[in-house]
Ligand binder design. Structure first.
Ligand SMILES: C[S@@+](CC[C@H](N)C(=O)[O-])C[C@H]1O[C@@H](n2cnc3c(N)ncnc32)[C@H](O)[C@@H]1O
Length: 189
């Protein structure tokens, strides 16, 4: 899937520098309206761990990534933290969570992979479990820095997620430019 950019030491170090100052604080504030503090939360694609560090203030959070470079970085910077090597599509864990969070991760999945991920998220959530995910807004897909990037609209995300999740919040927000991103929060049906 061309995800080499997140897999080498040099590019992971470059990404960590570029992403400094970007975090999911506003998404996490929204999540807190729906997921009680103390909940057992899985983060998919923790990357440098910026959001993991915010999430851990309120939640019993387990970080994860499918890149061993990012996992090494996460573990050495947070020796007390809990991290799993997980791919967003298969989520091969026998643990069950009260919530699942990702910030700019699931756009790396092709349409069929996203459907598989949604179904798997449903399986590893408690009754009425909460999901909170961000996406890049737009149409089509492209390869950016060797990474597959899938763009979405609110309607497409609603259609994909509402089969398994009651949509609690679905709206645009600004990461870099006006309305360039979408946040979706849902509850397991
Ligand atoms: C934009 S970064 C996420 C940044 C993170 N939200 C933070 O707070 O720093 C995207 C991350 O998703 C991971 N990723 C990409 N595809 C993935 C997949 N299929 N499964 C799990 N992680 C994936 C990458 O390795 C990378 O660490």
């Amino acid at each position: 899937m061309g995800e080499g950019y997140y897999k080498t030491k040099a590019s992971v170090e470059e990404y960590i520098k570029l992403a400094k100052g970007v975090d999911g604080q506003i998404l996490i504030e929204k999540l807190k309206e729906h997921l009680p503090s103390g909940a057992h939360l899985l983060e998919i694609g923790s990357g440098p761990g910026t959001d993991w560090n915010i999430l851990k203030k309120d939640y019993d959070v387990v970080g994860s990534d499918n890149s061993s470079e990012f996992l090494n970085h996460l573990i050495s910077n947070n020796p007390q933290g809990r991290f799993l090597e997980l791919d967003a599509v298969t989520l091969a864990t026998d643990k069950i969570f009260g919530g699942i969070y990702s910030n700019k991760v699931l756009h790396h999945l092709k349409d069929k992979e996203l459907i598989a991920s949604i179904n798997r998220q449903y399986e590893i959530l408690n009754t009425k479990g909460i999901i909170c995910h961000s996406f890049w807004k737009g149409k089509g897909s492209e390869i950016f820095k060797g990474l597959f990037v899938n763009y979405h609209s609110e309607q497409i995300l609603r259609n994909l997620f509402e089969k398994k999740f009651e949509i609690l919040f679905l709206d645009c927000y600004q990461e870099f430019e006006n309305n360039d991103s979408i946040l979706l929060i849902g509850r397991k049906k």
